[in-house]
Design a protein. Structure first.
Length: 260
């Protein structure tokens, strides 16, 4: 049996719940032995099987864990596409910290009081999280295709899947923040808690995987300064967030940051 076929069988074992840890270890050993060409053939074989990103997640977890153990520190200057993405992550993590704090305070309230600062902060954070979509668009339209050209297809597919899972939840959070005065307050708190409990850990984990695994892999594999410059210009065409820092470390000015 070819290694690609073996990988497909191991993935099926992981997803069926049969000896999951054993299957993960076998997949880990197999991936460590596979050349880039064999890995590319395996990715094609998985595509032929019409395996969904959700089903691919267990294998990508193994692959990302291996990449994390082998990762190298990135050395990219301000203005580099990856430097910008990481800087945006720093801002998004700050928004998540604030969201968590505001939600905790709101959950302790007995009634809605429009003048309370927490509701203005919630609207502001929700708006910024929705405005982070250009960040994901640049990844999907510029960075991920270059990784896929180099045989790295599973992790970008999982990142896209997580973008799609997060997008409606962020919009739901913004809707809640804008309509709190029109809702039963107990129901508002319940829905807010549900949204926050999904968004905060999912997005933190997503950012961790990109910062520590996906981006270093991209910097290592795309060893062409001219291509990175072209990618930066392509990213310019896609657009930026209102909180995107410039190469000098200031807000980019691509759009105005507005407190909601």
């Amino acid at each position: 049996m070819e290694k690609a076929d073996t990988l497909v069988e191991l993935l099926r074992r992981m997803n069926s719940g049969q000896d999951v840890e054993g299957a993960k270890q076998e997949a880990r050993d197999l991936l460590s032995e596979m050349s880039a060409e064999e890995l590319s053939r395996a990715e094609e074989r998985l595509d032929e099987e019409n395996i969904s990103p959700e089903d691919m997640e267990s294998l990508c977890e193994v692959h990302m864990k291996m990449s994390e153990e082998q990762k190298e520190d990135m050395d990219v200057p301000p203005g580099h596409m990856v430097h910008t993405l990481v800087s945006e992550h720093d801002h998004i993590l700050g928004f998540l910290d604030e969201l968590e704090e505001v939600n905790e305070k709101i959950q302790r309230m007995d009634e809605y009081r429009p003048g309370r600062d927490e509701f203005a902060r919630l609207r502001n954070v929700a708006a910024h999280l929705v405005d982070s979509e250009p960040h994901h668009d640049r990844e999907e339209e510029v960075l991920f295709p270059e990784l896929e050209e180099r045989g790295v297809t599973g992790p970008p597919n999982v990142m896209r899947m997580e973008h799609e899972q997060l997008r409606p939840q962020k919009h739901r959070l913004e809707d809640l923040a804008e309509t709190v005065g029109e809702m039963d307050f107990s129901e508002f708190k319940r829905q807010l808690e549900t949204a926050v409990e999904f968004i905060v850990p999912t997005l933190r984990d997503h950012i961790y995987k990109e910062n520590n695994i996906l981006y270093p892999t991209a910097v290592r594999l795309i060893d062409d300064d001219e291509l990175w410059e072209k990618m930066r210009h392509d990213a310019d065409e896609v657009g930026y967030c209102c909180f995107t820092p410039s190469a000098e470390g200031e807000d980019s000015g691509h759009s105005e940051t507005t407190d909601q």
